[in-house]
Design a protein around this ligand. Sequence first.
Ligand SMILES: CC(C)(COP(=O)(O)OP(=O)(O)OC[C@H]1O[C@@H](n2cnc3c(N)ncnc32)[C@H](O)[C@@H]1OP(=O)(O)O)[C@@H](O)C(=O)NCCC(=O)NCCS
Length: 180
Amino acid sequence: MTAPRGEILFEIGEYRVRRLSEEDAPMLRELGERCLDHIELHYGSPPDPSQLIPDLLSDLPPGKTLADKFGMGVFDGAGRLVGGIDVIRDYPEPREWYLGLLVLDPGHRNHGLGAGLMNALTQWLRLREAAYLRLAVSEHNAAGQRFWTRLGFQPVKQVIAEFGNKQSVFHVLRRALETR
Ligand SMILES: CC(C)(COP(=O)(O)OP(=O)(O)OC[C@H]1O[C@@H](n2cnc3c(N)ncnc32)[C@H](O)[C@@H]1OP(=O)(O)O)[C@@H](O)C(=O)NCCC(=O)NCCS
């Protein structure tokens, strides 16, 4: 099942999540300006506010194509882009999806939106017969580690990876989608 770019995928209260396209690049850069903390944590200094554009529109893991990439924008009730979600279908295994990114505007963190988005994304993934969701969280991201643990993600392994000019240890986590 595919979703055309621009289509609304799911809603949480006043927030709407829709698939992003190249036309959204200027808004993604603005969101990047507000999320420099997150970009610096992963890519090092100085943080590039345009980083969310490839993250959500074009970056792919080995062997995947853009048809497998779902870069999603989270829009508030006023239609402002306040977050991004990136998922890759069937990576690294069939029926296992990979969450490449979940980031919220700092003004929209810490009131349960992230948890609500993950709940809605889980329903969306189940409809696509996904069995597992996998992600990697940086050793430097203590709040992120608490968030994923609270949502039931379990450790798989640790890897060392380099993004931009920063090398970090990442905790690879995974959660079964069918049993919760
Ligand atoms: C990680 C992230 C997506 C989580 O989304 P979120 O909406 O902030 O998540 P939640 O609100 O569910 O939980 C975050 C915190 O708010 C608290 N919280 C949730 N609802 C709350 C409420 N109504 N009142 C007070 N606190 C609340 C949670 O207990 C949690 O606290 P903790 O940090 O002490 O563990 C978001 O913080 C973010 O974008 N961070 C930067 C990017 C990032 O790290 N992404 C993950 C990379 S792997």
